[in-house]
Design a protein around this ligand. Structure first.
Ligand code: C5P
Length: 222
């Protein structure tokens, strides 16, 4: 039988990153943070001085970039190596999020990342976090989830995350940036942000993380 996949899609700040990590840990499954791939391509293209609207050059970059996830030796955050350079800190900024969203509208860039994403599907299972995990990349996933939350709450969560990591951000500006990114992700013609058919939709507004994890497990292991 195929290796089981659980997909968790949703907009930025919906809690899917944290929930995906906790669910993967509890199941003992691998984790795919697909957003990090788009961030890495945007970052690598920027480093090479490529104009992010130059579809051909960005596609070449997506086809050749070396992205590696490396467990942190002290049990901390997974590091992301882009062409050998630890870019973890650069990748988490909203600037990197916006660059990712800009290159993510290019169909050939998305195509270039398909095999890489499928490669994460290894026994005993995979939790896949992104925008199109349940709709495009793993349509045969056994369980599909779509997390949402109010725009105000999503901006507050992202604000807290970035602050905790020592970045200087303004809540009002961040909220505008996130709304612009979600709007672009939801309205693009290719692999738009939307719940997969049959996905369990969870509105996480005001919900503690543990409760969201429990809701996921109530579906996965009733
Ligand atoms: O999840 P994260 O905020 O890291 O994603 C950054 C951007 O990458 C998203 O705003 C979206 O444009 C793009 N993305 C995507 N498809 C995915 C994951 C992320 O288009 N599966």
């Amino acid at each position: 039988a195929a290796v089981p996949v659980l997909t968790i899609d949703g907009p930025s700040g919906s809690g899917k990153g944290t929930i995906s990590r906790l669910v993967a840990e509890r199941l003992g499954w691998r984790l795919l943070d697909s957003g990090a791939l788009y961030r890495a391509v945007g970052y690598a293209a920027g480093e090479e001085g490529i104009d992010l609207s130059d579809a051909e050059a960005v596609t070449r970059c997506a086809q050749t970039v070396k992205i590696r996830f490396q467990a942190s030796p002290d049990g901390g955050e997974t590091r992301v190596l882009v062409n050998g350079h630890d870019a973890t800190d650069e990748l988490r900024t909203e600037t990197a999020g916006a660059a990712a969203s800009a290159i993510a509208v290019i169909p050939s860039v998305r195509q270039a990342l398909v095999d890489l994403q499928h490669g994460f599907r290894k026994a005993p299972g995979l939790v896949a976090d992104g925008r199109d995990m349940g709709t495009v990349i793993f349509p045969d996933a056994a369980h599909k989830f779509f997390l949402t939350a109010s725009a105000a709450e999503r901006a507050k969560r992202r604000y807290k995350q970035l602050k905790d990591k020592g970045l200087s951000v303004t809540l009002a500006i961040l909220q505008r940036e996130i709304e612009a990114r979600d709007e672009r992700d939801a309205s693009r013609p290719v692999a738009p942000l939307k719940p997969a058919e049959g996905a369990v939709v969870i509105d996480t507004t005001g919900m503690p993380i543990e409760m969201v994890v429990e809701k996921v497990f109530a579906v996965v292991r009733p």
